[in-house]
Design a binder for this molecule. Structure first.
Ligand code: ADP
Ligand code: ZN
Length: 671
């Protein structure tokens, strides 16, 4: 999603009381009660003072509470300032602090140890006092309700507070005014309608011509539905856009809404799923209800695989039930309205293979539109769209840029353009120039350049030979992709340099191509081994790639004779607990992968040994200039043999075009 999709600022007139202050207040008060004495008026008295009181016969009454402490009541004649017997030392406790009236007591409090000892002490102290006047403690048992209240109530209060807090946050995310707990089942879709107009049109979507043509029909239908329904035709309810991330699926869906000038609901698949059970389903229901009110309109669900994954597979955790409910609700809703209502659902996914087949049945997402990464012409067109928005020097050509960005998706191209503009601005330029684009490209491919990352000369040498090893292998292997650029400028974390290749626009890869690619990927480590007779950790990501490639070739593409023509593709996304093959097969796969990688490694070593002088040359050149483009490499290594072969073949084909019976029969025999 792009940043246009900002939410409207909320305008809520009510002053917001912060509930957290209230909770805090309650907590403090409760805690306070627990810490200070039960009765704030009562003063703790030291034993000596107490004995003195007893000896002087000042005490009216002693109440022992819970056999723990004693409340002491002083005779009222002693504390009242009016009385003649008033004792100055009781002045402080004589008045109750709140009302300044006479304090009826208890006036003091004392901790008693053992009750029996306390009584004995009292008796000894009072031995001079006449028996009738002696004090006899009263006993009282009080249940302390504050303690349990705090023990149980406080955690409860905190829990409830936390719940309310969470729900409020979710409610707010739902975007309703004063979003509260009740909004949790509301859909979180962002709506673009007349007020928040979608101003994306097909003009902004470059390339993707076939896809545009397909969705054009949808636009036409939304504009004048009667044209289609009069003839009894049915318009697809759902259109599934399939393609890798950043290829412009969201953009295309928005363009459809923009062209048709209808409201556009946008939501991501993961927005449906929440930790509360049943929320997803009710959000789906709500979304469709809103959409029906606004029809004709488009609902766009990004990353539908978040809810649309095949049901009942890899069912290990309970969370799946919730997802299934959401999916079921979606299916129900899609069946529940007829197309002439004018609600069209577009969804995007980059993993159509994991989607539940029920979703793809007629009447649901019955139309699938594949959106591939753009080819050269497509990239040029996308560059043109994005270059419109920045001030560029007239020297810049979209074509050159497109040539340098093999494998880029639209989002990355947009990113490069933006990055280049920022870099030019930082360099205080009036317009964006080619070297800004170069810099931006490097940055997008390899991460940030580490200008001040200091690399020891010996390390730099290792990196240079490593990258040169890749480049040489790629150069001389017939089926490897042609090289675009080698650099040893360190970037980001982990990448110390890279060699960039131009993948061919092909849909099928042959065994030879994969083997050559593997050999080339191992070329870095092989070069290190030959030159330094040491290997480094720098090849970790290479090895990772090679391992993945090896397992794919054998267990997925069925490219190994011993393992045979089997494919265990499914197991890659499912849990490991249910391997679809036996332990023996697993062992076989492991050994075959190992063998495969070893063979390619040996091949890389042999090739590099043969071309060792070229390896030295290329590495030294890299150490000097740090970046080598294709032309530089060609200058050092000579023309690429594969290119020569291609030329030869092209010539042969030209000759074959002239009819010749002999050639024809040979062709048949060969095939
Ligand atoms: P997806 O939904 O496929 O992941 P988006 O539609 O969000 O990708 O694309 C992200 C951005 O990439 C878009 O906002 C746009 O700037 C750029 N982009 C992608 N494809 C194209 C294209 N074909 N033409 C122009 N811009 C594109
Ligand atoms: Zn490498």
């Amino acid at each position: 999603m792009s940043n246009e999709e900002k939410k409207e600022p909320k305008k809520s007139g009510r002053p917001k009381i912060s509930y957290y202050w209230i909770y805090a207040l309650i907590a403090v008060v409760l805690l306070g009660f627990n810490l200070i004495n039960l009765d704030p008026r009562v003063k703790e008295v030291a034993p000596n003072e107490f004995y003195q009181m007893v000896k002087e016969n000042d005490i009216e009454k002693i109440k022992v509470i819970n056999e723990k402490y004693a409340n002491i009541y002083i005779k009222s004649s002693l504390i009242s300032t009016d009385s003649a017997a008033f004792k100055k030392k009781y002045e402080k406790v004589g008045k109750s602090p709140l009302f300044k009236s006479v304090n009826k007591g208890p006036h003091y409090q004392i901790e008693i140890g053992e009750v029996k000892v306390f009584n004995d002490n009292l008796a000894t102290l009072q031995k001079d006092i006449p028996f009738e006047q002696r004090l006899a403690p009263e006993y009282e048992t009080r249940t302390n309700w504050i303690g349990p209240l705090i023990n149980i109530g406080l955690p409860l209060l905190i829990l409830v507070g936390l719940m309310v807090f969470l729900m409020r946050r979710m409610g707010n995310a739902a975007g309703g005014p004063g979003g509260q707990i009740f909004n949790i089942g509301k859909s979180k879709a962002t709506l673009f309608d007349q007020n928040t107009k979608v101003n994306v049109t097909f003009k902004d979507v470059a390339g993707l011509d076939e896809a545009k043509e397909e969705v054009m029909e949808v636009v036409d239908f939304l504009k004048n539905p009667s044209k289609y329904t009069n003839l009894g035709g049915k318009i697809p309810k759902g259109v599934l856009l399939v393609g890798s991330p950043g290829t412009g699926k969201t953009l295309l869906a928005k363009a459809v809404a923009g062209e048709a000038a209808v409201p556009f609901f946008s939501m991501s698949g993961s927005d449906f799923v929440e930790m509360f059970v049943g929320v997803g389903a009710s959000r789906v229901r709500d979304l469709f209800k809103q959409a029906r009110e606004k029809a004709p309109c488009i609902i766009f669900i990004d990353e539908i695989d978040a809810i649309g994954r095949a049901r009942g597979k890899g069912n290990m955790s309970g969370g799946n039930d919730e997802r299934e409910n959401t999916l079921n609700q979606l299916l129900v809703e899609m069946d529940g309205f007829s197309t002439d209502k004018g609600v069209i659902i577009m969804a995007a996914s980059n993993r159509p293979d994991v989607l539940d087949s029920a979703l793809l049945r007629p009447g649901r997402f019955d139309r699938q539109i594949g959106i591939d990464k753009p080819d050269l012409a497509g990239r040029e067109a996308i560059f043109k769209v994005h270059l419109r928005n920045i001030k560029i020097s007239p020297k810049i050509s979209a074509k050159t840029l497109a040539e340098q960005t093999p494998g880029f998706a639209g989002a990355e191209i947009a990113n490069v353009c933006n990055e280049a503009a920022l870099i030019a601005a930082r360099r205080n330029k009036r317009e964006v120039e080619m070297d800004d684009f170069q810099y931006a490209l490097d940055r997008v491919i390899g991460g940030l350049e580490k200008k001040n990352k200091i690399i020891a000369p010996r390390e730099k040498k290792t990196i240079a030979y490593h990258e040169a090893g890749h480049a040489i292998c790629g150069w001389f292997l017939e089926h490897a992709s042609p090289l675009v650029k080698v650099t040893i400028v360190p970037r980001g974390i982990g990448t110390l340099g890279y060699a960039q290749y131009l993948p061919k626009d092909e849909y099928i890869t042959t065994t030879e191509q994969l083997l050559d690619r593997m050999c080339m990927t191992l070329g870095g480590r092989a070069a290190e081994r030959i030159i330094f007779d040491k290997i480094s950790t720098g090849a970790q990501s290479d090895l990772d790639q090679v391992t993945k490639m090896g397992y794919s070739m054998i267990a997925v593409f069925g490219m190994n004779e011993k393992v045979g023509n089997v494919s265990f593709y499914d197991m890659q996304n499912q849990n490991q607990f249910a391997k679809p093959y036996s332990d023996d097969t697993a062992r076989l796969i492991d050994t075959e992968v190992r063998k495969l990688i070893d063979t390619q490694y040996d091949r890389a070593i042999a090739l590099l040994k043969e071309k060792e002088d070229l390896l030295h040359k290329l590495a030294n050149e890299l150490l000097n200039t740090e970046v080598l483009l294709r032309e530089d490499v060609e200058r050092i290594l000579g023309r690429r043999p594969a290119d020569k072969i291609l030329e030869l073949k092209a010539k042969e084909e030209e000759q074959e075009d002239q009819p010749s019976t002999e050639d024809d029969s040979q062709d048949v025999a060969n095939s």
